[in-house]
Design a protein around this ligand. Structure first.
Ligand SMILES: Cc1cc2nc3c(=O)[nH]c(=O)nc-3n(C[C@H](O)[C@H](O)[C@H](O)COP(=O)(O)O)c2cc1C
Ligand code: SF4
Length: 391
């Protein structure tokens, strides 16, 4: 039997194989952030397709931490029953499900949250610096969302510490210019993630995994998290007794083509802007085409450096895994314990079963990134490689 189909544990959570569906925003929640039938149907299909673990899309822990209007939320007790149904649907098909909790920080719009977005520092006039009380409120919101995740029978929690959202913003010298106890040096910049982790650990049942998704490189216009800083943060995270680190890169707003290497779908992204901006955006994005071509396992080398400093904590990169022989080689040689993928499952929800049956040598996703353009356009995420909906 291929090692890819051997069970493996995250803390005490046993997964049936080594495949993880990495967090994937789908624009399928209700406008209030509740689980919808369509969202359950999508996850049921992925679970039926044989994956070991589903990590949910980014779930907002606080109303001011919402990224977009159809994003999931866990900031109210009324939201729990929908998540219970989601968990049951996934468990019915043998997969496990971990909730990805996050807060947008300043990476959202006033139109979504009803006020100026909040971040560790105000980098421009459209955002506001968080007060110490607002920081404590956000930490508490993570704890409360974790309690609700436990009530909904989640199999674990992943903190979204990557892609330019609030946790990433505190960690990054690009976003965090504070001089109080929340900034100014790596220890202080790590404090927000540490506080959230310590709060959540108080409410998680024994054995339940707590994971963190971290950037190995922010690729911001001025230095943010660099590979060296990422290693230092991973070492600190491992010291907090977390149970897994997923390694990614880029920020959704400033460097999405690093996060999701491949094509730059200029026309499809521009479609979400009204004229006269549409033509300008399309021209700017067209100039980026060819600069971010797919590289197989593009966060693998950084993840290996992080692994060296993370002791026994499983470290698994995400980004650009497509060939089955490559996946097999990586797990067999111990370079990663899990194969985490996102876009390949959007295109082929039954990918794992197809690999198990020996039906394919590689995932069919072409990394055209039109599914990412769907996120930007607030339309349901699916594979639009053949055709993108007209605006
Ligand atoms: C449509 C889409 C939605 C995504 N939503 C999330 C998300 O909610 N949270 C997150 O951490 N990453 C998100 N990502 C990033 C993926 O989890 C993953 O890091 C990235 O796509 C690279 O992996 P891949 O090459 O296997 O697609 C998203 C990516 C895509 C394409
Ligand atoms: S639209 Fe389809 S082929 Fe293109 S990147 Fe997304 S999943 Fe892959």
């Amino acid at each position: 039997m291929s090692i890819l189909f051997t069970p493996h544990k995250l803390n005490e959570l046993q997964l049936r194989n080594r495949f993880i569906f990495s967090a994937c925003e789908d624009n399928l929640a209700s406008e209030q952030g509740f689980v919808s039938d369509a969202l359950i149907a999508k996850n049921r299909k992925i679970a039926q397709g044989g994956v070991g673990l589903i990590i949910t899309s980014h779930i907002a822990v606080h109303p001011l931490g919402r990224t977009r209007k159809r994003q999931l939320g866990l900031f109210h007790d009324d939201m729990v029953p929908g998540f219970e149904k989601l968990v049951a649907a996934v468990h019915a098909h043998g997969a496990k499900i971990i909730f990805q909790l996050g807060h947008a920080g300043s990476q959202t719009k006033a139109a979504v949250i009803g006020r100026k977005p909040l971040g560790p520092s105000a980098l421009n006039a459209d955002m506001a610096e968080m007060s110490p009380d607002q920081i404590q409120e956000a930490v508490l919101a993570f704890r409360q969302a974790a309690e609700r995740a436990v009530a909904a029978r989640a199999d674990g929690i992943q903190l979204h510490g990557a892609h330019g959202y609030l946790i990433n913003q505190f960690l990054s010298p690009y976003f965090n210019h504070r001089h109080d106890t929340w900034g100014g040096n790596p220890e202080n910049m790590f404090r927000f993630l540490k506080s959230v982790t310590l709060e959540i650990q108080q409410v998680l049942p024994k054995g339940m995994p707590l994971l963190i998704k971290l950037n190995c490189n922010d690729y911001t216009p001025k230095p943010g998290i660099t590979p060296e800083l990422a290693v230092a943060y991973a070492e600190r995270s491992a010291g907090l007794n977390i149970h897994g680190i997923e390694v990614s890169c880029g920020t959704s707003l400033l460097s999405p083509w690093n996060m999701c290497r491949g094509a730059v779908p200029a026309k499809e992204i521009a479609a979400s802007f009204p004229e006269p901006h549409r033509t300008k955006v399309e021209n700017i994005l067209s100039g980026l085409e060819g600069k971010f071509t797919m590289q197989e396992g593009y966060n693998l080398a950084a993840a290996e450096k992080i692994r060296l400093k993370s002791g026994a904590v499983p470290v698994f990169p995400v980004g650009g895994f497509r060939r089955v022989a490559h996946m097999e080689e990586l797990v067999s040689s111990g370079r990663t314990d899990f194969i985490s993928m996102c876009r390949p499952f959007i295109r082929q929800p039954h990918l794992v079963k197809q690999i198990q049956k020996g039906e394919l040598d590689a995932a069919a996703c072409t990394s055209c990134n039109r599914c990412l353009a769907a996120v930007a356009g607030d339309i349901p995420v699916r594979c639009y490689q053949k055709q993108f909906p007209k605006p």
